[in-house]
Design a protein around this ligand. Structure first.
Ligand code: ADP
Ligand code: MG
Length: 258
């Protein structure tokens, strides 16, 4: 794979950063929010999606979300939760409670160390999912013999911070995540531990010829958990897209793994 000729091409990046909030309990139940421990011990009826269990909103999660919103210059507003239906074994309720039309934090911005400004589209509250471990084959879902599900993480409060497509290089993106991470830690919202999954990044990448007014078609690379991996994923993806376009093909919008 070639590297991108930056005299002729511009890389456009928008990041979705998921951060687990440092609350004592889960977003909608009193099950403990704790990393590690034996599998399926930080759970209760609500985590398991048992009939009759009812969500009760965690006040501490709301407070932490608002602190982040204020630190990111967002419009903090009355918000509404919505159900996002999807079937997956690590989500036993078969829906994720998230925010859609009315996120708790509307538009804001973040100043990078070089003085440039990166826009924030929204920062909304939602539930984390459980964790699947695929056994057999290469440890990937495709060739696994069976899968195990740990629900300790299911229902942990997440804040999804959706950035505007304002970043223009892997270096920009790394500076953005590093700065965001410091802010999250400073306001006490997160422990910032990327290696424990407290901060996970979905990277949206597109390319366009210099001078082109419109954005190109983006691809999303999901669940990146280190700055180094993010930088490499952006450079790989940008080069892949430039190769496609220069060989007369089109970029197809899709979600990819690193
Ligand atoms: P989705 O649900 O498809 O992930 P979101 O609205 O949550 O959509 O996130 C879209 C993300 O993609 C934002 O971070 C935004 O900045 C980014 N984005 C949108 N258009 C482009 C583009 N053309 N190139 C790169 N990033 C983009
Ligand atoms: Mg998204």
């Amino acid at each position: 794979m070639s590297t991108v000729d930056l005299d002729r091409w511009e890389i456009v990046i928008g990041l979705e950063v998921h951060t687990e909030l440092s609350t004592r309990t889960k977003l909608f139940s009193s099950a403990t929010n704790e990393f590690g421990g034996d599998t399926n011990t930080h759970i209760d009826a609500l985590t398991l999606g048992l009939p009759g269990s009812l969500p009760v909103l965690n006040e501490q999660a709301v407070e932490l979300a608002i602190r982040v919103g204020l630190a990111l210059n967002c419009t903090v507003q009355r918000s509404v939760f919505a159900r996002k239906n999807y079937f997956y074994p690590d989500q036993p309720t078969n829906y994720q409670i998230s925010q859609f039309d009315l996120p708790i934090n509307g538009e804001g911005w973040l100043e990078l160390p070089d003085g440039s400004i990166a826009g924030i589209e929204r920062a909304h509250l939602e539930e984390d999912t459980g964790k699947s471990t695929h056994i057999g084959g290469g440890g990937r879902i495709h060739d696994a013999e069976h899968s195990l599900v740990d629900l300790n993480r299911a229902g942990v409060p997440l804040l999804e911070i959706v950035g505007k497509p304002d970043l223009r290089s892997a270096e920009d993106a790394k500076a953005y995540v590093a700065e965001l991470r410091s802010i999250l830690v400073a306001v006490g919202a997160s422990d910032g531990k990327m290696e424990e999954g407290s901060l996970r990044v979905d990277c949206n990448v597109s390319v366009r010829r210099r001078g082109e007014p419109a954005f190109g078609t983006r691809c999303e690379i999901k669940n990146i958990n280190s700055l180094r991996a993010m930088g490499r994923a952006i450079e790989y993806e940008a080069a892949r897209q430039v190769d496609l376009i220069t060989s007369g093909e089109r970029v197809v919008q899709q979600t990819r793994h690193w």
